[in-house]
Design a binder for this molecule. Sequence first.
Ligand SMILES: [Zn+2]
Ligand SMILES: [Zn+2]
Length: 304
Amino acid sequence: MKFSVLGTKAGGAPLTNKHSAATALMLGSEVILFDCAEGTQIQLLHAKISRGHLNHIFISHLHGDHILGLPTLLTTMGADRRTAPLHIYAPTGLKEYLDLGLTIMDAVPSFEIIYHELGHGMKGELLSTNSFRVTTQMLEHRIDSFGFRVEELPHTNISIEKAHALGVTDGAMIGRIKREGTVILPNDGRTVHFADIAAPQHKPRSFVYAGDTRKCAATIELAHRASVLVHEATFRADMNDKATERFHSTSEQAAEVALEAGVERLFLSHISVRYKSGLPLLREARKIFPQTFLAKELLIENVL
Ligand SMILES: [Zn+2]
Ligand SMILES: [Zn+2]
């Protein structure tokens, strides 16, 4: 599990060296995208993340700095002659925006777009595969805004080395142990149990993306003991009142969320363009939650 924050600035004026909200999560060959600001498809190219492996897009909310890259990305996917369906999970209204925009541009893609509407107050599971699941909660912003949690599902693999050491060498026998839990070896009658040949299991990892929000209990619940939390920090701590009024968070509030949720690492993103450097925000947050980092655009980070 790896992620790359493709855009780290809040809305506002464009900058040549910073982009607005988009974060990619890579699970094996699967790519998941959270938000899709203007320029996201270019950022994917810079990060060498294949849009061909992107099958699920999660949109936190419908402010322009989170969705304006969608029409261009979808148009490009059409030009790619993509055939696989694309799932988009977004608050009510996105489908109308994209349907109208793509129709006016005569760019309705040939592949199927499957919309999953996030209604007001929605909470719970959105997607489950055999290796991961995605859940959501509504956070607190000026318009409906959702956070997303991706969790690896625990699964135990067989250690081929252990199996061979115990004389379990053929695939059919390994298959039987997986299905039935034990196998009796035909040559010497020994019983080998699944646990004898199971590979050591790593702790299932989890990744939480909180789009625009005030500090709220829903984020703390969603991020409970997550490996990584990407949280907005639009303002410095001295702008608490402004953050509350604008339904955003300060650096300190993001750190408080991380601390109260018991996450392992916090990455600050969505930083106001008024700040030339994110370092003062990082210092403020680290006083509360030492395992805080500034999200760095295009860097590919492991979720440990
Ligand atoms: Zn925003
Ligand atoms: Zn917003």
